[in-house]
Design a protein around this ligand. Structure first.
Ligand code: ATP
Ligand code: MG
Length: 550
């Protein structure tokens, strides 16, 4: 099913040309997350793209933590990112931290100062922004732009030594305040931040800016194709400037593609963190989250995520993928793998009045009719069973073929039963259905005497195991409101529904992350945090049918 090399994309074409022309001998890519949150499915796209390219052309891929902003970064995120990349099925060649290169980056900044290409500025962040100009107007030179090299070297060393407070000074590249590309108007390349870093502790109190650090990291690691998302297209001239002016031996090239967005969800880590912090969801791995860990806990497989990501393609223009496309791929993946089972989510008791009181029989059923190799299972059947509340109506409309007084239905894998009576409690709720069964109609017996229109599922009341089912709806109500700042106004208040019911006794050994197709209800995954022996908890991954066509 999966065949990465079958699909082509413009980045792959560039790689092939570069290999053919001898511009590169071996390609080196990297996945460079900032450890300031958990990875989401958008990152999966970047991961697949980078790792699969290198795999296909016998290259290398590094996992590099872009940890240049200590305020937001944490080792918890480092750990989860490693886990998620490995779970997706990829092995990195090198594992690096941008912070490992701080000393080297510092000396490259000193080199820029020595070449007259960087200066220490005393302007505040606001002043720098106000003097940067606009798309139509040039910016203004800083009054400190012409400091001597000696003064700059001295001030930069003192910045490093901790003589100044946060924001008091910055180091800026000296390029061109009237460049049509605003990113070239003397961008800040170092700032002061007296913050403990998750990796370097208190060794540093100045940190390189992302736009300066990233090209150096790529160059140090010998990255050949530095793939990033479209927002960085305007940064490319500065990327190239840094590599050249810092006299890096190796020259990486940056290529941009459109980021992945999905309907009815937020995607940016910043927004996902807000959902966690404001307790809209339980955690980063809440099954409603589009994080890799959330999708895993919901029951997605790496195969399904990789197939989905591949199907979305690598494009140069913005687009939003339909979340139903993601669902399509998990159904495809689980169709042959997931055992079938029956469960009743909202139980209603049925007593089969002509079934012997103490008798229990074991009925045969296929574990997966679409994959015979999985074999058979046995399901107990006796006088009392549970069916869905929905599968009985006292006064049904004309097209209703399930159970109602006087009607006969097939119990999946068992017998025909006919409803004769029902019992209501004091409040008028139906609490018990009374039926008779016809022993002639046993499933698999070849009975052809008569037909019934409805087939319903059931579990045996005495043997079934209690279970909790967690049913999900999209977190964001409006399809496209996902990545806008006011997404909180579009939160779906009903994104989680918890119901209590029963599963077949075959589930007694079900372990966390086991996946099943529950007859009529969809694919479910045993929750890895909440499920315990004696208290099984299932997350619905996806319902069985979709209107979505690929
Ligand atoms: P976020 O806004 O979610 O924090 P980011 O781009 O800031 O995303 P990084 O940790 O810097 O997150 O990203 C690591 C890599 O993943 C980058 O190369 C980035 O371009 C890529 N990436 C992030 N989001 C997406 C997305 N939605 N689609 C494709 N690639 C993405
Ligand atoms: Mg980021």
């Amino acid at each position: 099913m999966e065949n990465p090399s079958a699909s082509s994309n413009f980045i792959k074409n560039i790689v092939m040309e570069d290999l053919k022309s001898g511009k590169v001998d071996q390609i080196v890519t990297r996945f460079p997350p900032e450890p300031n949150g958990y990875l989401h499915i958008g990152h999966a796209k970047s991961i697949c793209l980078n790792f699969e390219l290198a795999d296909e052309f016998k290259g290398r891929t590094n996992l590099r933590f872009d940890d240049t902003n200590p305020l937001k970064e944490d080792t918890e995120y480092v750990k989860s990112i490693k886990e998620d990349v490995a779970w997706l099925g990829f092995e990195w060649d090198g594992l690096f931290f941008a912070s490992d290169y701080f000393e080297e980056m510092y000396s490259r900044a000193v080199l820029l100062i020595n070449k007259g290409l960087a200066f220490v500025d005393d302007l505040s962040a606001d002043e720098i922004r106000l003097t940067r100009g606009t798309l139509t107007q040039p910016g203004q030179n800083s009054p400190h732009r012409d400091r001597s090299i000696e003064e700059n070297l001295d001030l930069f060393a003192r910045m490093r030594a901790g003589e100044f407070k946060d924001g008091e000074k910055v180091l800026r590249a000296k390029i061109d305040m009237s460049s049509p590309n605003i990113n070239l108007r003397d961008p800040v390349i170092y700032r002061i931040s007296h913050t403990t870093h998750h990796n370097t502790g208190d060794k540093w109190c100045i940190y390189p800016m992302y736009a300066f650090a990233h090209p150096l990291e790529d160059a140090i690691e010998g990255v050949t194709h530095s793939i990033c998302t479209l927002e960085f297209e305007d940064q490319r001239p500065f990327y190239d400037w840094v590599v050249e002016q810092c006299e890096m031996e190796h020259r990486p090239r940056q290529y941009e593609f459109a980021r992945l967005n999905i309907t009815n969800t937020v995607m940016s880590k910043r927004f996902l963190k807000q959902l966690v912090d404001e307790k809209i969801v339980d955690a980063w791995d809440d099954p409603r989250m589009p994080t890799i860990s959330g999708l895993r806990r919901k029951g997605y497989t790496p195969e399904a995520i990789r197939s989905f990501v591949r199907e979305t393609g690598v494009a140069k223009s913005y687009s939003v993928a339909d979340e139903r496309m993601l669902e399509h791929f998990i159904r495809e993946d689980l169709k042959l793998k997931a055992p079938r089972t029956m469960a009743v989510l909202r139980p209603l008791k049925v007593v089969i009045t002509n079934y012997p009181e103490d008798q229990v029989e074991m009925l045969d059923a296929e574990i997966n009719p679409e994959n015979e190799e999985m074999g058979m299972r046995q399901i107990p059947f006796s006088r009392e069973i549970y069916i869905e509340q929905d599968d009985f109506m006292e006064n049904p409309p004309s097209k209703y073929h399930r159970l109602f007084p006087g009607n006969e239905v097939r119990l999946k894998h068992a017998y025909f039963i006919k409803c004769n009576d029902f019992i209501k409690d004091a409040e008028g709720n139906i609490v018990e259905i009374r039926c008779t069964y016809d022993p002639e109609t046993k499933s698999g017996s070849g009975f052809t005497g008569r037909k019934v229109k409805g087939t319903i599922h059931w579990v045996d009341a005495k043997h079934a195991l209690p279970a909790e089912f967690r049913l999900f709806e999209p977190l964001i109500l409006d399809e496209e409101k996902g990545d806008s700042d006011n997404f909180m106004e579009h939160i779906n208040p009903n994104s989680l529904e918890v119901v209590q019911g029963f599963v077949e006794p075959n589930m007694k050994d079900a372990k966390a992350q086991d996946k099943f197709q529950i007859f009529r209800h969809g694919y479910f995954n045993v929750d890895s945090r909440l499920s315990k022996p004696g208290h099984l908890v299932y997350n619905r991954i996806v319902s069985l049918k979709s209107s979505f066509a690929l």
